[in-house]
Design a protein. Structure first.
Length: 145
């Protein structure tokens, strides 16, 4: 069975719900989790000319803080569930790439991911990270709804 589970979070309610289910599964199966939160780099491809006009450090700092806060929420849940965990916060342009890379680097057996995260314009612009993980991962993927 799965002994090391990658649990990505984007801070959305469904992501937190998915993490709680992963923690229950981990507790029952005496597995550990790796919590991943990705601070998304500025999407230059959306507005290439904006890079010259914006101080991107403000954007990146806000993304870093949000990613850390998202990971900390799951850390608290893991502590309460008495499940061994590791926290990873990374920055990347495409979260699905960071999810797959982290799962491989941390020798995870499975990726446990929410069926969807962001909504509205963000989802339209960014696409479905879950779909991309499913398309590119060689590891098993549990999609939680």
């Amino acid at each position: 069975m799965f002994k090391k589970i990658l649990v990505p979070t984007d801070g959305s309610p469904i992501s937190e719900k998915s993490a709680k289910a992963a923690l229950e599964f981990a507790a029952i199966n005496k597995a550990s989790i790796v919590v991943l939160s990705v601070a998304q780099s500025y999407p230059y491809m959306l507005m290439p000319e904006a890079g010259a006009m914006l101080d991107l450090s403000i954007y990146e700092e806000a993304q870093d803080q949000a990613a850390q806060a998202n990971a900390t929420k799951i850390k608290i849940l893991a502590e309460n569930a008495k499940v061994d965990f590791e926290i990873v916060v990374r920055r990347g342009t495409h979260p699905y790439e960071e999810i797959i890379a982290t799962a491989n680097e941390k020798h995870c057996d499975v990726i446990w991911i929410a069926s969807h995260g962001r909504r509205g314009l963000d989802k339209l612009l960014l696409g479905s990270e879950t779909q991309r993980v499913l398309a590119h991962s060689v590891l098993p993927v549990v999609v939680y709804r």
